[in-house]
Design a protein around this ligand. Sequence first.
Ligand SMILES: *[C@@H]1O[C@H](CO)[C@@H](O)[C@H](O)[C@H]1NC(C)=O
Ligand SMILES: *[C@@H]1O[C@H](CO)[C@@H](O)[C@H](O)[C@H]1NC(C)=O
Ligand SMILES: *[C@@H]1O[C@H](CO)[C@@H](O)[C@H](O)[C@H]1NC(C)=O
Ligand SMILES: *[C@@H]1O[C@H](CO)[C@@H](O)[C@H](O)[C@H]1NC(C)=O
Ligand SMILES: *[C@@H]1O[C@H](CO)[C@@H](O)[C@H](O)[C@H]1NC(C)=O
Length: 239
Amino acid sequence: MKHIFLILFFFLLKCIGILSQAPAPAPGPPPPLNVTKILEKAGQCSTFIRLLQNTQQLNEITSQLNNSNNGITMFVPTDNAFLNMKAGTLNSFNDQQKAELIQFHILPTYYSLTQFQTASNPLRTQAGGTTDREFPINITTTGSSVNITTGIVNASISNTIYTDNQLAIYQVDNVLLPLQFFVPPAPAPAPTPITRKRKAGSSDSSSKQDASSATSLLQEMYNGMIFIFLFSTAFFSSL
Ligand SMILES: *[C@@H]1O[C@H](CO)[C@@H](O)[C@H](O)[C@H]1NC(C)=O
Ligand SMILES: *[C@@H]1O[C@H](CO)[C@@H](O)[C@H](O)[C@H]1NC(C)=O
Ligand SMILES: *[C@@H]1O[C@H](CO)[C@@H](O)[C@H](O)[C@H]1NC(C)=O
Ligand SMILES: *[C@@H]1O[C@H](CO)[C@@H](O)[C@H](O)[C@H]1NC(C)=O
Ligand SMILES: *[C@@H]1O[C@H](CO)[C@@H](O)[C@H](O)[C@H]1NC(C)=O
């Protein structure tokens, strides 16, 4: 009997011990990702980080990751890629274009490297639209290598900086410049044949001019020879 009480007593103590232990933290939502921190850790991204912040796109990404289930894919050019651009390119863009440039490097969908193999071109970027006049990119893959083309710039993914099932950050070796920034709207088609006709006419008259000046040169040479002939005839006959 005594033994049973003792056993119960220890059992009770054990239960109290378990209860008094701090409960395991409930698996709540993970803290929001700090994209800046991820990029800083990767290194070679300081120009892109600065542009992300200055164009307010960092806030955009953070809230999109929190509010949408499609995820995000980012193409981050290295600092060297920015340095390799034609001098003054970045400064030639106004604030809106700078924001569009950054949005052009972001897809509003998560893509793993293998998902690029089945992605269908053109891909919509955060800058919007899939027609030539808007901001699409095309992706081609061979094995595990992934190339991106904008129509004026080709780039390759050189490194995976970060990936989970919501956010993918890839390093790329060139700044993705939107075709739309450099190719002006299609010109009106009419004037071309007229200018060509005019050009043809003017070149005709100039060649006529050339011909006539050549004739006058011959004429002068001819006159000169006659003069010399008459002069020498006169000279010899006077002897
Ligand atoms: C993210 O990280 C950067 C640098 O590591 C830090 O300056 C910034 O305060 C962080 N942002 C948030 C929201 O924690
Ligand atoms: C994330 O979204 C929830 C609602 O969907 C909102 O309550 C919360 O404030 C958001 N957090 C951030 C960091 O934006
Ligand atoms: C990707 O680009 C590299 C050169 O940057 C080229 O050698 C390779 O063939 C390209 N691959 C595809 C699938 O276009
Ligand atoms: C992208 O792919 C689409 C569909 O294949 C094609 O029509 C378009 O010309 C391509 N654009 C570029 C810039 O390669
Ligand atoms: C991009 O690559 C394509 C073939 O993959 C090539 O035709 C084109 O000239 C390249 N463009 C540039 C700007 O290098």
